[in-house]
Design a protein around this ligand. Structure first.
Ligand SMILES: Cc1cc2nc3c(=O)[nH]c(=O)nc-3n(C[C@H](O)[C@H](O)[C@H](O)COP(=O)(O)O)c2cc1C
Length: 354
């Protein structure tokens, strides 16, 4: 597909003025950032991975009240693991010195699921509003759920981190593929393998995915300014998805320790780590990552790792420290500015002109 045609196809599928997607970012934003991005002509996204169905309904009502433009709702679609007492015990043993340091009773920490995948209940909540775009991370939900989303006419997007994943997503019904380079902040969308050595940078991934699939390709990972947008388009992308650059926007709900870290040179040192949830995600290297190492075999399956970390995070944050917080951030934080999402969108859109 020629670049211009792919961009037109993407704009038709998204219903937006601009082929720019404000990346869904669970835990650091709600409807406000999505509304600001959508009203500026981009596609705003509501991350739903950490919302209960009641909270999802509330955020959807806020979205509807805040914009009459298209928006995206985003879900994880992992298979929840069966709790495993031996794995949990191994993980808590590794964290024991930290529990002791903060006076936390490890036996009193509740095991929590943390993040729920897309389900029939999520589809029920969405169906009334029939959002124009639904995006998925970690593959796709069961075929009958994909078919349900398609029945209300939604455009389906999903992240691919390899050429094989892009082909799989196209074969399983997505309308456009988000090619997520390894530079990206937050969780890797990886789903056909759990080997992080398979992960490609945006510059290598995007042109190969463009050649491999017929659907439009959206570039994600490391895009922070207009020049990055222009580069992604030059590689054949029909549009871009930008996350990290939005983190200091006033409409985001980034925690104080996370915001503070984003404003320092700490952003120069990020790593892929599985410590916070059990799946690889990119964040700023902090004390936990430095002392345990970014990838640990002692971590329970996603998303169960998060429960034991939660009280450490609370304790450290109450002392003003992000030592145990997931400080998600991509490799290019140079676009992070305390500027409204509308202004950021306008700056990125300049890259569409060249
Ligand atoms: C703080 C943060 C949270 C994220 N959470 C999600 C999420 O909930 N769902 C998702 O599909 N992608 C998530 N991502 C990944 C983004 O969709 C996107 O791939 C990434 O932000 C693009 O790279 P960049 O951060 O370099 O712009 C997250 C990224 C960040 C930075």
């Amino acid at each position: 597909m020629a670049a211009l045609t792919a961009r037109q196809a993407l704009l038709r599928a998204l219903g937006t003025e601009l082929p720019i997607i404000q990346a869904p970012m669970a835990g650091v934003q709600g409807a406000a950032l999505a509304i600001a991005a959508s009203n500026a002509g981009a596609l705003g996204s509501l991350p739903c991975a950490m919302l209960t169905v009641a909270a999802l309904r509330k955020e959807l009502a806020a979205l509807r009240a805040g914009t009459d433009r298209p928006y995206n709702v985003n879900f994880f679609c992992h298979t929840p693991p069966a709790p495993n007492a031996a794995h949990e015990a191994r993980w808590r043993k590794l964290l024991a010195p930290y529990f002791e340091e903060f006076g936390i009773d490890a036996d009193a920490i509740p095991a929590g699921p943390g993040r729920a995948p897309f389900s029939a209940e999520s589809a029920d909540a969405l169906e009334e509003l029939a959002p124009r775009v639904v995006s998925f991370h970690f593959g796709l939900p069961r075929p009958e759920l994909v078919a349900r989303v398609k029945r209300w006419g939604a455009t389906i997007l999903a992240s691919a981190t390899t050429v094989a994943e892009a082909r799989w997503l196209e074969a399983n019904g997505v309308d456009a593929v988000i090619a997520q380079g390894v530079e990206a902040g937050g969780h890797r969308g990886i789903f056909l393998s759990d080997d992080v050595s398979t992960q490609l940078g945006t510059f290598a991934l995007v042109p190969q995915v463009v050649r491999a699939v017929k659907v439009p390709v959206i570039a994600a990972g490391g895009i922070a300014h207009a020049d990055g947008v222009a580069a992604a388009l030059a590689l054949g992308a029909a549009g871009v998805q930008v996350g990290t650059a939005d983190l200091l926007c006033p409409e985001a709900t980034v925690s104080a320790v996370h915001r503070a870290a984003l404003k320092t040179d700490a952003v120069q040192e990020t790593a892929l780590t599985n410590l916070f949830t059990g799946r690889p995600a990119r964040g700023i290297v902090n004390r936990l990552i430095r002392e345990v190492g970014p990838i640990s075999g002692a971590v329970p399956a996603f998303p169960l790792a998060a429960a034991a970390i939660a009280p450490l995070r609370v304790a450290a944050e109450s002392r003003g420290k992000g030592d145990f917080s997931p400080l998600w951030c991509g490799q290019n934080a140079s676009g992070c500015k305390e500027t409204p999402a509308a202004a950021l969108t306008r700056e990125l859109a300049r890259g569409l002109e060249s």
